[in-house]
Design a protein. Structure first.
Length: 509
């Protein structure tokens, strides 16, 4: 596991979504209105490009799709909105000294200090709402070397407390390598995702899990675990509640949907369009993600046709028992497993995922500035001293006054003005930044350079390597789809979802 302390890059942006999963900007995004209008247009294009030829939930008819489309365009958070809309999730318990605040319709919401903090003081700790293994560690989680829930090395756990997956396959042998540090990790992991994403207890998930092994994309793994947690709210073993102070309280479906709505989201196609290599990767990328959705639906869609034909009744049956009870709300399943819903879920993940793979309900509120007053890092585990990928600690980088907004940086603050703003525009879907530092640096430039600094659509020298990497990735995916030799190695450990890798490398991840 990585053991480096550094600034965490959490992304935030605006978007829209169908009714139940209508997601709104959780953390401001500081967009200018011109950029926001363009974002809304791109979202429309993103949906239209993929609606007809993409796989969708078998339970959704074409007529229902048309009705849903009309519904999308009529609400304040529809894909045609000119700017994002933020939503405060008042049910989330906040740490002492921190409050949610709604700034305005453009900036949205964020966090403010309710007391003074000294430089170097820990402001708050947040635990992952959804945890997915860091890309480089996914294969070690699959093999059981790392805990399936907290991703700590099993070798550092007490041997008497370690728990291995007891589910067995059809042959009576276990093909699931899931291992947990202790019963607490097991209970949390099983109720949040593993009861569904286990190739033994739910054999239908096997092909999708194999796909994840070959394509260890953070966003895809995160979406799968979020979907599993949502579905398991409709089971005899629902996940722990995030809102209750009672540690034994269980989450409801509506509670989980409400928390999910609080994360910023965008249609993933609209997001990817802004990257310089989109045209060379588009065809292969879409084909790969369509295959991923097909396998995900076979794995855990309660209304997948094969499951319905087998008597699924809107639930998911494992080995002799219901994992997800019959009657899971059909509309929710349609939104989750339709192409546009899937793309919005991927967009949400890519916008909000912290660099080590987790989604955080409180940390994701934090807005960006190029001179932040907080630094995020992963605290070491008290036993192993390995940094915890499912916990993030926010520490004051300077004195913070009561009433001041709490901020982080979404990218490497040592980069030049134009590069910082370019990455914000491409990856986080807003810009120019407009913070005090950016305004000061912009004002100091000659007039001709000032205009060039805000030219975001031009491909520069630094982008050429990105374009080439995307071209090579597209060729590999194409060979894989055609059954060629190039597909056997899988996706490696890099998700070429944009310039995130550049940011993570420069930030030390």
């Amino acid at each position: 596991m990585p053991a480096k302390t550094t600034t965490t890059t959490t992304t935030n942006a605006a978007g829209s979504e169908p009714p139940v999963f209508q997601s709104e900007t959780p953390n401001g995004s500081q967009k200018g209105q011109e950029t926001e209008a363009r974002t809304g247009e791109e979202e429309d294009e993103g949906g239209d490009d993929n609606e007809e030829d993409a796989p969708s939930s078998s339970s959704a008819s074409k007529k229902k799709k048309k009705n849903k489309k009309k519904k999308k365009s009529s609400g304040p958070a529809s894909s045609s909105s000119s700017h994002p809309v933020s939503q405060i999730d008042s049910s989330i318990p906040l740490p002492p000294g921190v409050a949610q605040h709604y700034f305005d319709p453009i900036k949205g919401k964020g966090l403010v200090a309710t007391r003074d903090f000294a430089e170097g003081e820990d402001v708050f700790m947040d635990s992952a709402f959804v945890s997915a293994p860091p890309m480089a560690q996914a294969k070690h989680v699959e093999s059981g070397e790392l805990c399936n829930d907290c991703f700590q090395p099993i070798e550092h756990a007490s041997p008497t407390l370690v728990v291995r997956c007891r589910a067995t396959g059809s042959s009576g042998n276990s093909s699931c390598g899931a291992t947990w540090c202790n019963r607490e990790c097991e209970n949390r992991g099983r109720t949040r995702h593993h009861n569904l994403l286990c190739r033994n207890s739910n054999p239908a998930s096997g092909q999708f899990l194999d796909f994840l092994t070959g394509h260890p994309y953070l966003s895809l793994h995160s979406v799968a675990r979020l979907y599993a947690m949502t579905l398991l709210c409709h089971s005899h073993t629902p996940p722990p509640s995030l809102t209750s102070t009672n540690k034994d309280a269980r989450a409801t479906l509506q509670e989980t949907l409400a928390h999910t709505r609080a994360f910023a989201q965008i249609h993933e196609v609209a997001r990817r369009r802004r990257n310089p290599g989109w045209e060379v990767e588009k065809k292969a990328w879409e084909a790969t993600l369509k295959k991923a959705l097909e396998l995900l639906r076979i794995a855990i869609d309660p209304y997948e046709q094969g499951r319905l034909d087998g008597g699924g009744q809107g639930g998911i049956r494992g080995k002799g028992k219901w994992i997800v009870e019959p009657g899971f709300p059909r509309e929710v399943a349609q939104q989750l497993f339709g192409w546009d819903g899937f793309m919005r879920s991927l967009g949400r993940a890519n916008l909000n995922l912290e660099s080590q793979g987790s989604l955080y309900a409180i940390h994701s509120h934090l807005n960006h500035t190029c001179s932040p007053n907080l630094q995020a890092h992963h605290p070491p585990h008290p036993r192993s001293r390995v940094r915890q990928a499912t916990k993030v600690l926010l520490t004051a980088t300077r004195p913070i006054s009561r009433g001041e907004e709490l901020t982080i940086t979404y990218q490497d603050p040592s980069q030049a003005l134009r590069r910082r703003n370019l990455l914000l525009w491409r990856e986080h879907m807003f810009g120019p930044c407009g913070c005090e530092r950016c305004e000061r640096e912009l004002a100091a430039l000659p007039e001709d350079e000032r205009e060039e600094a805000l030219q975001f659509e031009r491909v520069d020298e630094e982008d050429k390597a990105e374009v080439e990497a995307r071209r090579q990735q597209a060729e590999r995916l194409t060979r894989e789809q055609e059954g060629g030799e190039g597909g056997k190695k899988g996706g490696g450990e890099k998700d070429l979802s944009g310039l995130e890798e550049e940011l993570r490398a420069k930030l030390g991840f």
